[in-house]
Design a protein around this ligand. Sequence first.
Ligand code: GSH
Length: 343
Amino acid sequence: MVNNKTLLACIIAASTTMMTSQVNAAEQSTLDSVMKKGELTCGVSTGLPGFSNPDAKGHWKGIDVAYCQALAAAVLGDKNKVKYVPLTAKERLTALQTGEIDVLSRNTTWTLTRDTSLGLNFAGTLFYDGQGFMVKKSLGVNSAKELDGASVCVQSGTTTELNLADYFRKNKMKYQSVVFDKVQQMVAGFESGRCDAMTTDQSGLYALRLTLAKPNSAKVLPEIISKEPLGPVVRQNDDKWFNVAKWTLFALINAEEYGITSKNVDQMLKSNDPNIQRILGVDGPKGSGLGIRDDWGYQIIKQVGNYGEVFKQAVGEDSPLKIDRGVNALWNAGGFMYAPPIR
Ligand SMILES: N[C@@H](CCC(=O)N[C@@H](CS)C(=O)NCC(=O)O)C(=O)O
């Protein structure tokens, strides 16, 4: 039995810890520093079409980039106030842990280890993915189960490497991994025949296939061997910033659910639907709980669009990738995308 004295000591200890961490968080929130410098530093990939990739003019494009723009629009009122820091898979988590970047938005899988002992917090899922394999058609393989004894190109510092080992062990198959630090080298390795198969998140395979000299010479195998919920990441012990990161994602999703788009957002300001009024900051909590501007939701949608618009343009039907909404459809359209209410 816990006696009253012990209980009291525990309560005092717990509340002191809570007070200290709240004070620290209030003093050193990334939100404050982003507002002060007037710019968001966003960690992205070194180039993955559809997710984060510079175009011919050097402008960063993709669904992960759109999230950074949405965060900048919410906090700074301007989607262009973003400094992009290209990071390889191996570099990305350290860059966030050390404070080199304010947020990591780079096809990063939400896992227990990253979300706990690595000192990070995932804001949610921006894209539900899963790992797959790509082979040259000339290999004559139609299923991952036929890859026994294969050599597989893979990038270091990824969940991909770990899932690859699990999959072959579980299926009692042998493989040899050919590991690369840089995605461009991995693709070149695959193309020049250094491995029989290449593995990464399936969306990544479709994206990288398009960068091959002959995209038609390769095919993606049907198996999906893992769950890869990809989402934006911030550091732990900074609830203020974590909240802003989460609700930026939720605003994108809620805007699609309530039919608010970058095109109709100004008319929507006059809507009498209370949900729409709250998303746009016409009514409801506005920016008070988050510590940002009242029109943060409006700015996200006006400048970047809703989740559906972003998806369509970056990876969906208006993009070269043409990925179906599939499980990334809204919850009320058969998918997993579900955001808590803004109220
Ligand atoms: N989602 C996986 C894999 C992410 C990953 O880094 N994939 C590689 C291969 S597609 C990549 O994006 N490389 C781009 C780069 O290093 O710049 C993870 O979080 O570990």
